[in-house]
Design a protein around this ligand. Sequence first.
Ligand SMILES: Cc1cc2nc3c(=O)[nH]c(=O)nc-3n(C[C@H](O)[C@H](O)[C@H](O)COP(=O)(O)O)c2cc1C
Length: 195
Amino acid sequence: MKVVAFNGSARKDGNTAILINNVLKELEKEGIATELVQLAGKKIRGCVACMKCWENKDQRCSVTNDFINSCIEKMIEADGIILGSPTYFANISTEMKALIDRAGMTSIANDRMLKRKVGAAVVAVRRGGSIHAFNSMNHFFFIGEMIVPGSIYWNMGIGEDKGDVEEDQEGLDTMKVLGENMAWLLKKIHGQSNG
Ligand SMILES: Cc1cc2nc3c(=O)[nH]c(=O)nc-3n(C[C@H](O)[C@H](O)[C@H](O)COP(=O)(O)O)c2cc1C
């Protein structure tokens, strides 16, 4: 089994990456393979609304000259998908929105090709707006017929400068339990015994 995670921050290896890695650590303890894809610095644009994905139905976005199709391929191959974003103006980053719009529309156009995969959203925040960002990412999972595990709080960690979230123990605990619950759910879905 494999989980692929996307860090939508414009800042590589920052707070969002730290939070995601804390979830991935728990998944790996349970024998689940993981991959972190960081969108920072990658060539990415938003949906152009050409609707060609509905004509082509080839599990690809019709805009082929940027990074998004490689992300979509990784989503198709994975059993679980984590979307992580910093809070930018009380919402997700531009990069994460582009990924959601294009992977989401491609999925819906292809008979909801991501359905019944396990999905989870993770947010880094300095102070306010993280719930909105969290909800924005969850919309991707729910309309795509994906299955979303919970944790002991909404999946967020508090911090501003790189590394600050390491001081947010409740945030780190939330990531740990999220990873445990995601692993539990994946094993149930794939018929492996667990507690
Ligand atoms: C353009 C921009 C907008 C931001 N907007 C918010 C915001 O609305 N609320 C907030 O609490 N923090 C805001 N922040 C702070 C980041 O969410 C915070 O520093 C976060 O930890 C960054 O995560 P990263 O290290 O993964 O990039 C903003 C940062 C940037 C660069």
